[in-house]
Design a protein around this ligand. Structure first.
Ligand SMILES: [Zn+2]
Length: 480
């Protein structure tokens, strides 16, 4: 009997926190069995030649929105196929009750099994969920979600308070479908997450993710921009300016300090936001604070994002903000880069900036864009796999089963051709989304093969085989 099911031979393997080395990877039973200078090809059933190619741990796209605007099951299938095209082998998707997604509220004891059932057998990548705790009733379910369902991360949206304030009803909001969604709710939620982290966090991190934009400031700035302009994406940026991120971060960190809750500051979009997050980490060294940015905030500006189709929260900003984010990626202040993938149709964007749905997809660009633009800016290979794979795996309770290539870890591998070049179109991204704000970008460095637990699931531009992604209970147990 062969010692390996598959041998990935002759490639340059990139190990996070270590670097790039010429190594062969032997795979058996879906896991990495051996890494060595040379493994005998005769001992493998199949040999995948990675000569002149890079071999990377599969990316963990830790900010995803399966089913936010489309049917959850259909989205799970089409959007994880797009993920494979960019070398993503695990997606961690946000889910919450309220408007969009399933469009209903209630206890997660009934709703969460429905979410898992809708995605079971449909995803091409492994997947897990971060859960938005939207109601007082759901606060009591945090511990149960961690312990029973392996949900190791939760979410709070700082700006939904504004949606409550502007709702017609004086009691609660049609959007969040909850009575009180405010800093008081956040305080209670942080207490719950901090408690779950203390009792269940020994195996891996349990944390709260925060969308940091401050609601009352947004209300004022939107009124000003609607009255005075400017229009377009520059107007959108000014209607939710970096000050709103900075204040939301300050509010969130005061409460994190009071409760000891581990937090993730999501999709930082501006120089001011990243400075606030980094300052918070410096001033509160006893807290566990992680900083995230997105591909679109690294790649696009108000001028280049294609107008209304580039609407997203927080907004795409200026060239100065983009440069500041790149600086923070390179100097290590930012821990993770994600796509914040939210598939929608061009028709959902429409002609009215204020009514257009926010968000769009980009997961297929995760490794290619970081490799292409990061390479141009001197970002090392090890840092690229740390930002897109190892750091998100550690932040969200998946490491070292995911996020690295080591004996015993899942054989989630990407073989990437550093010379292959493509101009971005919706077709290249292989998503159900019929447009892309990244259109026309020249990107160099695309996966030729993506392996999920040892099986080739994407090769030479096409998904291979039916969906084989599995639900991941987090924190994952230690390696055997
Ligand atoms: Zn998001």
């Amino acid at each position: 009997m062969a010692r390996y099911d598959t041998l990935v031979a002759n490639g340059t393997v990139v190990i996070p926190y270590v670097g790039a080395r010429r190594l062969d990877v032997g795979i058996r039973d879906g896991r990495v069995a051996a890494l060595a200078d040379a493994l005998p090809p005769g001992e493998a059933d199949e040999v995948l030649d990675a000569r002149n190619r890079l071999v990377l741990p599969g990316a963990i796209d830790s900010h995803f929105h399966l089913g936010i605007y489309r049917d959850l099951a259909r989205d799970a299938e089409s959007e994880t196929a797009s993920a494979l095209a960019g070398g993503v082998t695990t997606v961690l998707s946000y889910f919450r009750t309220g408007s969009h997604y399933l469009g209903k509220t209630g206890p997660y004891r009934t709703i969460f099994p429905e979410v898992v059932a809708a995605t079971a057998g449909r995803a091409h990548t492994d997947y897990g969920y971060h859960i938005g705790i939207m109601t007082a009733e759901q606060l009591d379910e945090v511990d149960w979600l961690v312990g029973e369902h392996g949900v190791a991360s939760f979410k709070y949206y700082m700006f939904y308070k504004g949606l409550n304030l502007t709702a017609d009803s004086t009691r609660g909001s049609a959007y969040t479908m909850s009575d009180t969604y405010d800093l008081g709710h956040l305080y209670l939620l942080m207490q719950e997450v901090a408690a779950a982290s203390r009792t269940q966090g020994a195996r891996g991190r349990v944390s709260l993710s925060l969308h940091c934009e401050q609601a009352e400031l947004i209300r004022v700035f939107i009124e000003q921009v609607k009255y005075r302009g400017p229009g377009g994406l520059e107007g959108y940026h000014r209607s939710r300016p970096p000050l709103t991120e900075r204040l939301a971060i300050a509010e969130a960190l005061v409460l994190a300090d009071a409760t000891g809750c581990p937090v993730n500051l999501l999709h930082l979009s501006s120089a001011e936001a990243v400075a606030s997050g980094a300052r918070g980490r410096r001033d509160l060294p006893h807290l566990d604070i992680r900083l995230e940015t997105t591909l679109h905030h690294l790649a696009l500006t108000c001028e280049t994002a294609g107008g209304i189709v580039g609407k997203v929260n927080p907004p795409i900003r200026t060239e100065g903000d983009r440069e500041a984010l790149w600086q923070a990626v390179i100097d290590g202040r930012i821990d993770t880069v994600v796509s914040d993938h939210a598939c929608c149709a061009e028709e959902d964007k429409g002609q009215d900036l204020w009514k257009a749905l926010p968000g769009f997809g980009g997961t297929a660009l995760l490794y290619p864009y970081l490799f292409s633009e990061g390479g141009r800016r001197g970002l090392g290979l090890a840092r690229i796999v740390e930002l897109a794979s190892a750091n998100p795996a550690r932040a969200f309770g998946l490491y070292p089963r995911k996020g690295t290539l080591a004996p015993g870890s899942d054989a989630d591998l990407v073989v990437l051709d550093p010379e292959s070049q493509q101009t971005v179109t919706p077709e290249v991204l292989q998503s159900a989304q019929d447009f892309t704000p990244f259109a026309g970008m020249r990107v160099k460095g695309w996966p030729t093969h993506t392996l999920l637990r040892g099986r080739v699931v994407f090769a030479h531009g096409a998904v291979q085989g039916p969906p084989s992604g599995q639900y991941l209970k987090r924190p994952v147990p230690p390696l055997p």
